[in-house]
Design a protein around this ligand. Structure first.
Ligand code: ZN
Length: 333
């Protein structure tokens, strides 16, 4: 349902992708779609840009959040596996997902999160930037990092004042028992460069990338308990490819390194390939296009139930559950 509230709130893409090896999206698991929507839209102020189903498990919702357009580098997504028991965060996994906001906004966020009943720790300093840490209602580890200048653009029509709003990803933290294999994959296959080390945390930066989500931290946690997939756990992280040609070239390099890599899969909003990096974390490489406006107008993003053609036969069943969801800015349907 279009309420007119977003008018003027979505700007046109101003620049073509300056660089393309940063984070494209991060996908985690939630046990409760409604609670997830309420948190990411209502508290963190992200825009719900798509409601669809897991293309490999069509009875499970797939929720996408992002900036006004759902640009690569801003897209946090969740599979809803209802009532799934909580998993365990630990190596080898993405053990924290960091969003970036202006440095002067950390105080605002601390207050906003506490006001919403979220337990916040920090700010701690990391590579010269302030970091707040907290968990979402499923226990997913989320961080907010204050940065001097961001390449991202805040969504202007969300509940958070635009000067404080989330700009997109800052980074992810990957925890591993040993970091060499992952480091080799990041630098040899994914276009990252080592940018620094601080207290056992190795920071890699997408080479030549000026976009949001350009950093990956690898932390060695040889003594930590192994992670277990479940609610609150990150399922995979996707990195950007400018187009299908760049994706195909990377696919060749990954296969050439002796890793098993999936065929190209059509995810409607992007094309994807998947492989497990040597440390054990599921990596995806997703194309920047065509993007989320391919099946809904920009102003209507996230307001419909979007299904790929092959699952239209299940629409009645899925729609029953979708109709019960309270979407942001909606009094009811
Ligand atoms: Zn993905």
């Amino acid at each position: 349902m279009w309420t007119g509230r977003l008018q003027g709130g979505v700007r046109r893409e101003r620049r073509m992708n300056p660089g393309t090896s940063g984070i494209h999206h991060v996908t985690a698991i939630t046990a409760d779609a409604q609670r997830n929507i309420d948190f990411y839209c209502g508290v963190l102020g992200l825009r719900l840009v798509k409601v669809t189903v897991n293309f490999d498990d069509p009875r499970s919702f797939h929720l996408y959040y992002g900036d006004g357009m759902g640009r690569p580098g801003t897209v946090l997504t969740f599979f809803e596996w209802p009532r799934i028991p909580g998993g365990r965060i630990g190596p080898p996994q993405v053990t924290a997902t960091a969003l970036e906001v202006p440095a002067g906004s950390l105080g605002y966020w601390e207050e906003r999160l506490r006001g919403a009943g979220v337990e916040v720790s920090g700010p701690v300093e990391r590579f010269g930037e302030g970091v707040l840490r907290f968990e979402d209602p499923d226990g997913t580890a989320v961080e907010i990092v204050g940065v001097g200048a961001s390449a991202g653009e805040a969504w202007e029509a969300g509940p958070v004042p635009v000067e404080h709003a989330v700009r997109g990803f800052h980074s992810v933290t990957i925890s591993e028992e040993g970091h060499e294999g992952t480091a080799g994959a990041l630098t040899g296959l994914m276009g990252f460069e080592l940018a620094g080390e601080e207290g056992g945390r190795f920071r890699y930066r997408a080479a030549g990338d000026g976009g949001v989500g350009a950093a990956v931290d690898v932390v060695c946690a040889p003594d930590a308990r192994h992670g277990l997939m479940g609610g609150g756990v990150v399922h995979h992280v996707a990195f950007r490819a400018r187009d299908e040609g760049e994706q195909a070239r990377r696919r060749e390099r990954i296969a050439g390194a002796g890793l098993n890599v999936s065929p190209v899969m059509d995810r409607t909003y992007f094309k994807s390939i998947y492989f497990r990096e040597p440390g054990g974390v599921l990596f995806e490489i997703a194309t920047d296009g065509p993007g989320f406006a391919v099946d809904e107008g920009v102003e209507a993003l996230g307001t419909g139930l979007m299904l790929p053609a092959r699952y239209e036969g299940l629409r009645g069943e899925i729609e029953e559950r979708w109709k019960r969801l309270r979407l942001p800015g909606e009094g009811g349907r």
